[in-house]
Design a protein around this ligand. Sequence first.
Ligand SMILES: Cc1ncc(COP(=O)(O)O)c(C=O)c1O
Length: 427
Amino acid sequence: MVSIMNSDWQAYESTHTWHPYTSIPASPAPLAVASASGVYLELEDGNRLIDGMSSWWAAIHGYNHPVLNDAMIDQIGRMSHVMFGGLTHKPAAKLIRQLVEITPQPLTRVFLCDSGSISVEVALKMAFQYWHGRGRKKHRFMTLRRGYHGDTIGAMSVSDPDNGLHKMFSGLLVQQIFLPAPPLLTDDLLESERLTETRKLFEKHHKECAALILEPIVQGAGGMRMYSPQYLQILKELCVEFDVLLIADEIATGFGRTGEMFGCNHAGISPDIMCLGKALTGGMMTMAATLCTATVADQICASEPGVFMHGPTFMANPLACSVASASISLLLDSDWKQCIQSIEAQLNESLSELGASRNVDSVRVMGAIGVIETHRPVDMKAATAVLLESGVWLRPFGKLIYTMPPYTINKSQLSEVARTMAKLAAL
Ligand SMILES: Cc1ncc(COP(=O)(O)O)c(C=O)c1O
């Protein structure tokens, strides 16, 4: 074993391991990371890359942050994990209080789970159980086209059925109700066909739908699409009018990424259920949360079977709770709004002129998110060579070249990221 690890561990790994959305071996071959610090990924071959991805939106404070490290080391000395069934602990209590305080009111009941996809499953089950408790048979969900909510079977069923990652599973999934995709910021917001179609679907299906699930303000992995707060308000109003709960999936948008603490804050709305993940622990541990109102929770608890039917083994893992608390405090103690605004201004300045380039379809920026959409899919092999040469890490998918850097990135590092995005767009 030791000899394999010391000699050619990468060859062994590549013939035995799945990476996200790859075959075995993965192509192009994954880059081997030896360590990470600040905004840098240090590769085994000695190269150093500025991370423009924050490890899929999560590492908002950068890597190897002493405050986050200390929180984990301190917690390891007490206990890394105990079951949450029949037991509880201070790290969970502290985190739950923070989450209740920073999320839109009145989200006051919290379920801590393992990953974003699972928090979506939990949200769907909460909505179902709420209506079940009220004696209503609402067993389907509404969702927006171009959305993405995760890779588990329930989460896939509410993700875009056509454009995306899950098309081949359609025969396996519950057929949900897909509302039109929200208009991009450059589209006509109140374009009547879209709204008429949306309203019609509410009229036709609200009796069988427990909730509408959506990503507020920015649709992430389904297309990196930004839309207006006013459109979100319209959808919220339809949910109220038609007795459909609203689930806000803030797994990607939460914790400041869009310029507000949560996407819902842009619209001044509060959902009935909210999912959080990714940046919850500052990218240090896998953990997610599903919050709901007391109304939803009370109904679930007051009716058969009198409990919420979910309980994962690693629920409320104390190590993850401790580092999540530390990450939230670090964010709140920083001038995060100003920081996101200056990232947004710089991304706007450096990317907007690329909109006129031959290969580029459009450029979109919101908060600490910068996107270039090209006319044809990015050649990943050529892109990897450009990334290594430029000393920047990005992970384009399809026609989308995007960055969501750690909030701690400085101006010259962000310039490197933007320059590299331009090079990728020119491939
Ligand atoms: C909006 C949204 N929801 C859910 C998920 C799934 O989260 P996870 O990958 O942690 O399961 C993602 C992941 O990209 C996401 O962006």
